[in-house]
Design a protein around this ligand. Structure first.
Ligand SMILES: [Zn+2]
Ligand SMILES: [Zn+2]
Length: 174
């Protein structure tokens, strides 16, 4: 099964970009109000279910969907959606199952790698062989991408653009 047919894909963020999430960027810029607005908007638009697997009644986490330009080495933020805990852990399986810190945290939450793999196979309707191929491919891409320096394109979520649009809204109100 080709990766593009999978509903739930692993997305390993290249090492040089770790911690440079929009959440962290807003937090550092003192813009957590904006982050809360994004979350509220997601609840309004997508309801209280996982955007990927559709599970309801789960705690939802905002996941940032990035695209990678492997020639210019630009990481571009294309969307943010609410997804469930299990889908989110599959997305960041590199952290949860392949780092010391992640493994400890996963165990503390009473979860095992097996459960993440099961969830992946259930959501995608695929076999464990498919999972194995997909994770190997994801790590291959991750190793290649981690060798480069990247710039980020935050698109409509860019803090400077956000501020400008807030200012112009303010002016309209006057
Ligand atoms: Zn889900
Ligand atoms: Zn995420």
């Amino acid at each position: 099964m080709a990766s593009r047919e999978l509903k739930l894909k692993i997305e390993l963020v290249p090492a040089p970009l770790w911690y440079s999430s929009i959440y962290n960027i807003y937090r550092k810029a003192g813009m957590l109000d904006e982050w809360r607005r994004i979350k509220d908007e997601l609840f309004r638009r997508e309801g209280k279910k996982c955007w990927i697997c559709g599970r309801e009644g789960e705690r939802l986490e905002a996941h940032e969907f990035w695209e990678y330009d492997d020639e210019r080495h630009v990481q571009r933020l294309v969307a943010i959606h609410h997804i469930c805990d299990l889908c989110h852990k599959v997305k960041h399986i590199g952290f949860w199952c392949y780092t010391k810190d992640g493994k400890e945290k996963l165990a503390k939450r009473g979860l095992r790698e097996e459960q993440l793999i099961d969830h992946f196979c259930r959501v995608n309707g695929c076999s464990r062989e498919d999972f194995k191929r997909h994770i190997e491919e994801s790590f291959r891409v991750w190793i290649e991408r981690s060798r480069h320096r990247w710039t980020q394109d935050l698109g409509e979520y860019d803090p400077n653009k956000k501020r400008k649009s807030e200012e112009s809204k303010g002016r309209e109100a006057v």
